[in-house]
Each structure stands twice: as structure tokens, then as C-alpha cells.
Ligand binder design. Structure first.
Ligand SMILES: Nc1ncnc2c1ncn2[C@@H]1O[C@H](COP(=O)(O)OP(=O)(O)O)[C@@H](O)[C@H]1O
Ligand SMILES: [Mg+2]
Length: 616
């Protein structure tokens, strides 16, 4: 069983920095030092013109010129080859490292949060938000942040160097700074506000789009569909009008900035030329200051723009922090935490909490449960399952099947009664121990951006390639994966749209099996796959169930028959249980269900549909 350390939730902003930024401090340091080198280099580079005019040309010695040129070429080579690539590397590492850490912790934490949290915030939203926020944050931290440092150092360096060259002329040229700043601040705010609107609209559009895609099943009626399209069109139109506004504002802003720069340059030429004529300043210095004055407004603008780009990252940081900081409602008791600290998973044959690792029995004892007060879903529910048994749960929609498995997974806890592993209430055991022993496959497969390999490996990042392939083989996913051009390296994100939902489900099956779970849960896992995939799953199912506890919520008889024991659930109670043959012989509710479905099946077969469901 893989050993993973349970992680504490991120408790304070300081801890947030410690966890994400501090481990990358080496790369940040490299980036900071490099920015300083670049500033000195850039300022020195542009003063070369002046040096030539003042010192090289008057001497008329071509040899000097050659020497300086060669020296500079060598310096450019070193700087660009060594420092620029080092800079890219360091900043690349920062963004990759941050993105990885935030996503890993974020997903890990989302999984830990009890399901009642997901009732209020849809999981998809949270995942999408986590993914984009992690991206925004890491890119800004790696690129905009050091960029802002470079730009501010550059602007300060320019001011200092110009004052050093000729402070009187510099002060005259600097009189245009306030005007430039006012212009930048005023426009930047407006452009930023419009940009933010555009981004907001963009995300609304994406959400609507996703709703449209994932909700295809729920958007059933034509009326709903029309309403949806209308909403989509309205959003698109709004987005267009904001985009246009942004372009207009920018078109007005740029010429104004060029004009103020022109004023600065004019002042410089007017007063500077006088200085040169009276011999107070060299011609070379005038040329250098001309170059710098031209850069001034431009770099000030870059700086303000970069600062503007940092803002969304602050919002992202807040949101990431909020998610990570949401305390898990269901968590280990202090006693369990103490035991884990004491045993640290060092007891032979025991889980990380010091109790035996192998599960011999699972028992629901007089379990009551309700999502909302006064609306009990389970009342005095009893069930005892021994090692190696596979249990099928059948019954109407809303009967409580998913609730039973959710309680078993400890996504929720009983409001009364207890659920025991080896006769011990599972609240005395560590949550992480339980959940790392679970393999869960739900109705809709959840895959994230990344390759098939990454997706299978999700629950067990240390698994070897061989283990990944083995898991895929067990669930019969290997053949179709090998048929893909890139095999296990096929991306499942944007480009993976050609994967059918059945294939995606096979991948999530492989993921569930990879951790070699003691308990396997399939909640309507085969309900929405095509018959072909179902057949593949069916073929592997026997092998998959062997030696584990399994709880299968299913409609199809072929799947149900695989189970040792079938429970017919009605209104949160077991009304009949036994093997398929026993239940048929009982001549009760299961039989009538079966007959009804058989009839249904025959009808469907006549219609050319081969789906056998035990729906009521
Ligand atoms: N998250 C939830 N919040 C409130 N009520 C819920 C929630 N999930 C299920 N229920 C209710 O609990 C009952 C049992 O649901 P469920 O366990 O999902 O049934 P099944 O899986 O058998 O279709 C239903 O009445 C359902 O409306
Ligand atoms: Mg259900």
C-alpha cells in the first residue's frame, strides 16, 4: 500500500508562502540577482553611443573602436547565452514548481473536504477555478513579479544615472514625469477595469459553455435549450462590446504617452544643446540622455502595466488560500492524530494509525443518517460484510444506495449508530488510512488535463509505469490505449476529446485499481458507457473484484450477477437480500423487478437496443 503523509490544511497566509514560495527561494534568488545584472547591463549598453562619440571618434583610432566592439560582442554573447537562459530556466522552474504544488495541494484538499462542501460549491467550478488560479498565480510569480523588479530597478537606475550625468538637465526633463504618471494611472485604471470585465465575461461564457456540455443530459426539453442558447448569445454580445471598448481606450492612450515623451525630448534638446554649446556637457552625454529620456516613459508604462497584471494574481492567491483554508468538516479526532504521531506507520501489518491494516469485516450498526434535519434517509440501517464479499445494491432512484456508499467512504458520517471496520468504529481510525484503501468509480468519469498515464497515476503518484500498465490490463483498458497513436502519453484534455466516455470510464477504473484498494466502490459506474465498453468492463470485473470488498450500485443485471449478495434497497432499508437465484426463488419484489426488466429488455431487443436495466 502506498504511504502518503496526511497533509495539514494551510492555516495562515504565512504558511501559504512557506509552503509554496519558500521551497523555490533558490530560483527566486537567481531571478532577482539576474534582474540586477540585466539592469546594470542595459543601462551600460545604451551609454556606449555616448562613449563612442566622446572618446573613440575624436581620437580617430580605429584600433580602439575595434577593441571595444569585440569586448561588447563577447559580453553580449556571455550575457545572452548564460544569463538569459539561466533567467528563463529559473523563472520556468518557479512557474512549473508553483503550479505543481498548488494543484497538488489544491486537489488533495478538495478531495479531503467533506461532500457537504461540494453541495454548496459545485466540484467542477472548484476544480476549474483551482486549475486556472494556480496557472495565473504561478505565471505571475515567475514572470510579472521579477519583471516588475527589473522595470522598477531600471527606472530608478535611469533616474540615478541621468542625475549623475547632468543633474540640472535631468531635473528639467523629469518635469514631465508627473504628467506621464497621471496619464498612465488614469488610463491604466480604465483599461484594466474594461479588461477585467472582458475576463469576467470570458469566464462566464466558459461556465455557460461547460454547463451546456456537461449538462446536456439535464437540458432536455426544447424550451430549456432555447433559453440556454439565448443566454449564451447575450453573454457573447456583452463580451464583444467590452472588447471593443478596451481597444478604443488603448488607441487613445498610446498617442498621448508618445506626446509627453516628445515634450521631454524637446526640453532635453532645447536646454541640453545650450549646455553642449557652452561646453558644460559633452555631445556624447546629450546623446545618451536622449536615449534614456525616450526610454523613460516607455519603461514607466511597462512598469505600471506589469503592476496591473499582478493584480489578478492577488485575487487568485486569495481564492486558492480560501479553498485550502476551508477546514474539512470530517477529520481525524485528536486521539487518532496522537496515535498517528506515535506509530508513524511503523507497526508491522498496521495502518498509519497503528491499527491493523487488513480489513476483515465491515459493519453498519443501527446507522441513522439525514442530509437535512427531519428528513431521514437511513434509519437503523444494518449490514455486515465479510472479507472478499461483493455486494450489489439495487433499488429505485433516491432509495439511498449512494448514501450508503458515501457513508462507507466517510464522505459523511452517521448521525447515529456506527460503521465499523474489524469491529472498530471508523471514527477511531485515520481518514487517510480509510480513503487510501478505497477505489471509487462514479457514474461520470473525472479526468483532468494531462496524459492517460498521469490520470491513471493520480491516486498513487509513485506508481511505476509497469504498475500503471498492469492496472490498465486488469480493467481491460490496455488494448484501446495501445491503439492510440501516443499510447499512455495521449493527453486527455483538449486534445483528448476523441476519447469516448466509455474509454474515459475505463481510465478511471484503472485509476481506482492502481492503488490496489481493499474496498472497491462502483456507483453506477457502467450506467452511461456504451455496450462495447461495458462488455470490456464486464470481462475484467471478475478479476477486479477478487480478494476485495466491493460495493456495486448498478442497473444492469449482468453486472449485478457478479456480486455474491444482492441488496434490494427501498426507502433506506434492505427489503430483500441474497444471491440472484435466492432472490428469484423468494418470489418477491426482486422477482417482479426482474420480470419487468426482462420484458423491457425483450422490447428493447426488438427495437435493437441491448441494454438491460433493473430500473423501476
Ligand atoms: N447531497 C444531498 N443533500 C440532500 N439530500 C440528498 C443528497 N443526496 C441525496 N439526497 C437525498 O437522499 C435520498 C437518497 O438519495 P441517494 O442515496 O442518492 O439515492 P440513490 O443513490 O439510491 O438514487 C434521496 O431522497 C435524495 O434526494
Ligand atoms: Mg445514486
Amino acid at each position: 500500500m502506498p504511504e502518503k503523509q496526511p497533509k495539514q490544511s494551510v492555516g495562515s497566509m504565512q504558511l501559504f508562502y512557506q509552503r509554496f514560495l519558500l521551497p523555490l527561494k533558490g530560483y527566486f534568488l537567481v531571478a532577482i540577482i539576474l534582474q540586477m545584472i540585466f539592469v546594470v547591463w542595459d543601462i551600460a549598453f545604451f551609454s556606449l553611443n555616448g562613449y563612442m562619440v566622446d572618446h573613440v571618434i575624436p581620437q580617430g583610432e580605429k584600433a580602439d573602436f575595434l577593441a571595444i566592439s569585440i569586448l561588447y560582442l563577447a559580453a553580449i554573447l556571455v550575457i545572452s547565452l548564460l544569463f538569459v537562459s539561466l533567467n528563463f530556466m529559473a523563472r520556468g522552474r518557479i512557474s512549473q514548481g508553483l503550479m505543481f504544488r498548488i494543484r497538488e495541494e489544491g486537489f488533495g484538499h478538495l478531495q479531503k473536504l467533506s461532500f457537504s462542501y461540494f453541495d454548496r460549491n459545485t466540484l467542477g467550478n472548484l476544480l476549474a477555478r483551482m486549475t486556472t488560479d494556480a496557472k495565473t498565480y504561478s505565471i505571475v510569480a515567475a514572470w510579472q513579479l521579477p519583471g516588475a523588479l527589473y522595470l522598477s530597478l531600471f527606472v530608478l537606475g535611469l533616474i540615478g544615472y541621468m542625475l549623475y550625468l547632468n543633474w540640472k538637465i535631468s531635473l528639467i526633463v523629469f518635469t514631465t514625469i508627473p504628467l506621464t504618471l497621471i496619464l498612465i494611472v488614469a488610463f491604466q485604471k480604465r483599461i484594466l477595469a474594461v479588461s477585467r470585465k472582458v475576463m469576467e465575461m470570458n469566464s462566464k461564457l466558459t461556465t455557460a459553455y461547460n454547463e451546456g456540455i456537461t449538462g446536456v443530459k439535464t437540458i432536455r426539453s426544447l424550451a430549456e435549450e432555447m433559453a440556454f442558447i439565448e443566454k449564451f448569445e447575450k453573454l457573447s454580445a456583452e463580451m464583444f462590446s467590452y472588447s471593443r471598448k478596451r481597444v478604443l481606450e488603448t488607441a487613445l492612450f498610446i498617442p498621448l504617452i508618445i506626446a509627453t515623451t516628445g515634450v521631454g525630448l524637446g526640453l532635453l534638446l532645447w536646454f541640453g544643446t545650450e549646455e553642449v554649446l557652452v561646453g558644460e556637457m559633452s555631445l556624447g552625454t546629450l546623446i545618451i540622455m536622449g536615449v534614456y529620456a525616450r526610454f523613460f516613459a516607455e519603461f514607466l508604462l511597462f512598469l505600471m502595466r506589469t503592476i496591473g497584471e499582478i493584480q489578478p494574481a492577488i485575487a487568485s492567491q486569495d481564492r486558492i488560500f480560501n479553498v485550502l483554508n476551508t477546514p474539512a468538516e470530517i477529520r481525524d479526532s485528536d486521539a487518532v492524530i496522537q496515535r498517528m504521531a506515535m506509530y508513524q506507520g511503523n507497526v508491522h501489518g498496521a495502518g498509519e494509525d497503528g491499527y491493523e491494516d487488513r480489513i476483515e469485516s465491515i459493519e453498519f450498526r443501527e446507522v441513522d443518517f439525514s442530509y437535512k434535519a427531519d428528513e431521514p434517509v437511513l434509519q437503523g440501517f444494518n449490514l455486515k460484510v465479510t472479507h472478499g464479499e461483493s455486494i450489489a445494491l439495487v433499488g429505485d432512484t433516491g432509495a439511498g444506495k449512494s448514501t450508503i456508499v458515501s457513508l462507507l467512504c466517510r464522505f459523511y458520517e452517521p448521525t447515529f449508530g456506527e460503521i465499523c471496520f474489524n469491529n472498530r468504529d471508523y471514527r477511531e481510525r485515520s481518514l487517510h488510512w480509510l480513503q487510501s484503501n478505497l477505489g471509487i468509480v462514479l457514474q461520470t468519469p473525472f479526468l483532468f488535463d494531462g496524459t492517460i498515464r498521469d490520470n491513471i497515476r493520480f491516486g498513487n503518484p509513485d506508481a511505476s509505469d509497469d504498475q500503471v500498465i498492469k492496472a490498465a490490463e486488469i480493467v481491460n483498458a490496455h488494448p484501446f490505449i495501445m491503439n492510440l497513436e501516443q499510447g499512455y502519453d495521449t493527453p486527455v484534455g483538449e486534445e483528448g476529446k476523441r476519447l469516448s466516455s466509455g474509454q474515459k470510464q475505463l481510465i478511471s477504473f484503472a485509476r481506482a485499481i492502481l492503488v490496489d484498494p481493499q474496498i472497491l466502490i462502483l456507483d453506477e459506474a457502467t450506467s452511461s458507457v456504451d455496450p462495447e465498453t461495458e462488455h470490456m468492463i464486464q470481462k475484467g470485473l471478475h478479476q477486479v473484484l477478487k480478494g476485495r470488498f466491493s460495493f456495486i450500485v448498478a442497473h444492469r443485471l449482468s453486472t449485478i450477477r457478479e456480486a455474491n449478495r444482492i441488496l434490494l434497497i427501498k426507502k433506506g432499508r434492505i427489503i430483500e437480500q441474497g444471491s440472484h437465484d435466492e432472490l428469484i426463488a423468494l418470489n418477491g419484489a426482486y422477482l417482479s423487478l426482474y420480470q419487468k426488466q426482462l420484458l423491457h429488455h425483450q422490447e428493447r431487443e426488438i427495437l435493437g437496443k441491448d441494454r438491460l436495466r433493473v430500473d423501476v
